[in-house]
Design a protein around this ligand. Sequence first.
Ligand SMILES: C[S@@+](CC[C@H](N)C(=O)[O-])C[C@H]1O[C@@H](n2cnc3c(N)ncnc32)[C@H](O)[C@@H]1O
Length: 227
Amino acid sequence: MAEEQHNANVYELHHEMGYGHVYPEGHIIRVYKHILEWELQLTRGTIFDFGCSTGANLAYFSSLGFIPFGCDTSSVAIANCKNRIPQYADNFFVTPPHADLHALLKGQRLDIFLSNQVFCHLDDKGIRNIVETAYELVRPGGVFIASMMDYSCYFAKYINGESGDFKRVELNTPREKEVSFINFKHREEIEPLFRPFKKLHLGSYGMHIREEEGSSNHWLYIGQKEI
Ligand SMILES: C[S@@+](CC[C@H](N)C(=O)[O-])C[C@H]1O[C@@H](n2cnc3c(N)ncnc32)[C@H](O)[C@@H]1O
């Protein structure tokens, strides 16, 4: 719990300094276009974004006609998210590092559960709790989308300790100097972590912009609740 709280505190400081995307990252748009729209014809419904930050992903899905819900540990992020999507302001919540999504969503049925670059900040038990709750909230045939950080991500070059399921990462690049606790995963660990969702796709995404940093590789899992 100390590590999860540390990670949340680090993000709160980032958010106070203006952290957060205006637009969703490209892989989120491709997941929508290539999988939700093209493969599954899932173009309407409810979406919950766990660790939604300032709501870039939710604003995108809302613009497509989805009803957005989301939570984040950062109060600054959620205030910005409410400002960005005021018509759904009551659907966005500040939560502790181990959120009780049942209490939060009060039985709200979900078509899509999304969590992009957040589970790597929780330990395995915390992830499993969220996944099991997500499985109950998502309707049969609904979709679960989640990323985990891979060991080929440049963060792994800065591992200098270990604590339970976490590696202690002390970033020391010209751009980033901070300590965080990351739950890295190998490819073969992803599918069991996200059961009972049934695997549709296990892909990855990443980019390499600054030479001295390296690629930002994450696994990207798309699962479905069986009908
Ligand atoms: C790397 S950002 C990703 C933001 C967003 N999901 C996206 O795709 O752009 C991680 C976000 O997760 C939030 N966060 C960190 N730990 C969390 C936790 N235990 N529960 C919920 N949100 C958390 C941070 O405040 C931050 O907004």
